[in-house]
Design a protein around this ligand. Structure first.
Ligand SMILES: Cc1cc2nc3c(=O)[nH]c(=O)nc-3n(C[C@H](O)[C@H](O)[C@H](O)COP(=O)(O)OP(=O)(O)OC[C@H]3O[C@@H](n4cnc5c(N)ncnc54)[C@H](O)[C@@H]3O)c2cc1C
Length: 383
């Protein structure tokens, strides 16, 4: 990749998106649909190798998020867009529905509050079920009461990303793999000059618009863009927090996703089903100094914690049926013990740099929200 003109005159590309996770791809698709000439740069040899391939793959309804937050708005809008996109593009998905369970009577007020919050967010199809109604649907689940969310589902996230990449290419955009953005400078013409490393070879690429959709790498790149400008803005810091999943060996007795009540910014060890109906449990929450997706399969204490949590709503969980699955790392922008933060989608108004959009803290429900985030990014870069 060689710059045509340094940083004077016309840039090499109109718009660059850094990161080929689901959010970068959805943003690139929305920008291409809005008429941008788009190039996605991805450091790995394939799309979606980081957080986007290590999630629960749940299409969230939008129950949990504070009223009027970006998470609430983009999740509800994104869920509708995602179901429609999946239908139109043949992306495998299943609308299993979900039960959020109050496992004891003293949890029922929190369940009622969750139902009210969901309705306020525009999720109007939720219903409270008593213990007998839950038993009729899920005979193995024990609870005092549950909130049914029929519009919760799951999606094949890899197939989604492949479909998004297809749209980008069909709109004359490109996705360039094995290309890491190492530095960002801003030239006299106001174009961004990206120092890249492609398969060991350094190069420079200039662009007029820049989107940083780099997940766990966003804060580092945001800091470089800020250093290149004279702004005093400080980009959010990223605090990695990993979550482990265990898979259930053998057949699953469940037809819904099952979640305990959320606590302190965490959804709890929940049961999700994949597209094929296989059950997995997780993720737990473990704050890290550096992101790591290594699963310490010998950690018996973790397995015991999982079994204890699961037993609260599935007392009959059989022994020796859980196998280590995988680990995903959340790009949180608040530290352990701090209140949870909204998505941070920062444009000139926040950081003072024209034609730069940087996305920080795109944790759950980022997959569900991806198409809505993409539209929002395209709006922020409207000429
Ligand atoms: C455990 C877990 C469970 C989750 N479950 C759900 C769920 O059920 N439902 C839901 O809606 N959401 C869920 N999420 C959230 C969702 O997975 C994320 O919000 C979403 O995948 C974020 O996508 P992204 O494109 O922003 O980030 P990523 O997928 O991390 O993509 C960023 C990309 O940028 C690339 N990159 C970084 N730095 C550079 C650089 N310098 N140069 C070039 N490329 C670079 C990376 O290689 C990567 O491919 C979950 C997240 C986790 C961690």
């Amino acid at each position: 990749m060689v710059a045509r003109d340094g940083n004077q005159g016309a840039p090499d590309v109109e718009t660059v998106v850094i990161g080929a996770g689901v959010v970068g791809l959805a943003s690139a698709r929305a920008l291409a649909m809005a008429g941008h000439e788009v190039m996605v740069l991805e450091r790995h040899g394939a799309i979606g190798q980081e957080t986007s391939s290590r999630s629960s793959e749940v299409i969230h309804a939008g129950l949990y998020y504070p009223l009027d937050s970006l998470k609430a708005r983009l999740c509800v809008e994104g869920r509708k867009l995602l179901y429609a996109f999946a239908e139109e593009n043949g992306v495998p998905h299943v609308r299993y529905g979900k039960l959020v369970v109050a496992t004891a009577d003293d949890e029922r007020p929190r369940l009622a509050a969750l139902a009210a919050a969901a309705r306020a967010n525009g999720v109007t199809d939720v219903a409270l079920l008593n213990a007998a109604e839950v038993q009729a649907r899920e005979p193995e689940i024990r609870c005092a009461e549950a909130l049914l969310s029929p519009s919760t589902g799951v999606i094949d996230s890899h197939a989604l990303m492949v479909a998004l990449e297809g749209h980008i290419r069909a709109d004359a955009g490109s996705v360039v793999l094995n290309t890491s953005v190492e530095d960002i400078r801003i030239g006299p013409a106001g174009h961004f000059a990206l120092a890249t490393m492609s398969s060991g070879a350094p190069a420079t690429l200039t662009c007029r618009n820049l989107v940083i959709a780099a997940g766990l790498g966003a804060s580092r790149l945001g800091a470089k863009a800020v250093t290149a400008s004279s702004t005093r803005y400080i980009p959010p810091r990223t605090y990695p927090a990993r979550g482990h999943y265990y898979t259930l060996d053998g057949p699953t007795p469940f037809r819904h996703l099952v979640y305990p009540l959320p606590r302190e910014g965490w959804l709890g060890i929940h049961l999700t089903l994949d597209i094929a109906g296989r059950a997995r449990f997780g993720p737990d929450l473990e704050w890290q100094d550096e992101p790591s997706t290594v699963f310490d399969a010998e950690d018996g204490a973790r397995l015991a914690r999982f079994e204890q949590e699961i037993r609260r709503y599935w007392p009959g969980v059989p022994e020796h049926r859980l196998s280590p699955g995988y680990v995903g790392v959340r790009p949180k922008i608040y530290a352990e013990g701090e209140p949870s933060a909204d998505f941070a989608i920062h444009a000139e108004r926040e950081h003072g740099i024209p034609r730069l959009v940087a996305l920080y803290g795109i944790e759950s429900p980022g997959l569900t929200s991806s198409l809505a985030i993409g539209s929002y990014v395209a709006t922020l870069l409207r000429p």
